[in-house]
Design a protein around this ligand. Sequence first.
Ligand code: B12
Length: 291
Amino acid sequence: MSTAVFTPKQIAQALGVSESSVKRWVDSGRLPAAKTAGGHRKVPLPSIAKFIRETGHQLAEPAVLGMVATSRGAALESAVDELFAAMVVGNEPACRELVLSFYQRGESIAALGDRLIGPAFRRVGDGWAAGTVAVHQERRSCEVMMATLHELRRWLAAPADDAPLALVATPSLDFSEAPPRLVELALLAEGWLVEMAGSGLPLSEIADIVDKRKPLLACLSVTHLESDADAFVAELNAMAEAAPMIDGRRCQYAVGGTAIDDDVRSRLRCGLVGSSLQELIDFQQSLHANH
Ligand code: B12
């Protein structure tokens, strides 16, 4: 999350509107800002991002705010090839421009993950399997995407003081980065306070952290399942059953990721066993709403 703040003059230049319009939006609360001791309006980047997403304002000079042009009119699915091409050559500016412009246009993080970033990574994996994507191109893809997700995080508002807590982890020997990071960003965007418990953690350690931190939601992203599936299912089911109570409600485990196949899915007894971020967003709503 960002600490960058901008003046009405900078925002006016970026949006191609008058400075007095921006001051009016600030004063009416449409564009939340802080005031300095000297009475100057300072608008944080997440406020500007939210305003642009909700009002559909076009950016005349996005670079003033470190933003990108929002020229994308097409559906997310139509940009998968372009993103894949940018990722495998390590073209970080193109990758960032693509993802962030869709975000600015109002797409949710869940939609970006499910319909653009996940499918582009699948193409990387398929290409690797077919011998058309080299190992170093797969590595580059991960690097540029992680840089892009880091940038995206700057645009999200900080959680409220009373935000519910969620934990995110990956199990033993699973060091995938993009899936747990997208889970984190998707929950942050929904107003959760999110702690990354860690990647490659034994389930017993995840249970210990859950007992200690008492989150309302514990998310496990599973791309590589190294332990045997029966042991994984038994241990995770026991953890979900013994999960701590928080204000009279049991902490819920949400599990997902490409290594959760139909067999494992059918045997897991967790709050959510999902295959998309949208399912996670739907699930967290009931927890968050009652918080
Ligand atoms: C990048 C990658 C790697 C990188 C990871 C590096 C890094 N820094 O992250 C490296 C090179 C290390 C790697 C290694 C290996 N990989 Co690999 N890898 C991939 C690849 C290309 C992309 C994974 C990714 O980041 N996807 C991006 C995310 C956003 O998409 P996603 O995983 O689909 O997640 C979506 C959903 O699953 C869901 N979701 C995810 N988490 C959660 C959590 C919850 C709670 C919910 C509700 C939903 C949810 O939401 C996301 C958005 O829609 C995939 C290809 C593929 N088809 O997925 C193979 C893939 C995952 N790898 C595979 C394999 C086999 C391996 C290796 C065993 C290869 C080898 N022989 O060494 C090793 C294992 C290493 C290990 N133990 O960790 C297989 C796994 C098959 C399986 N599941 O059993 C895949 C599927 C490729 C394939 N088709 O064979 N890999």
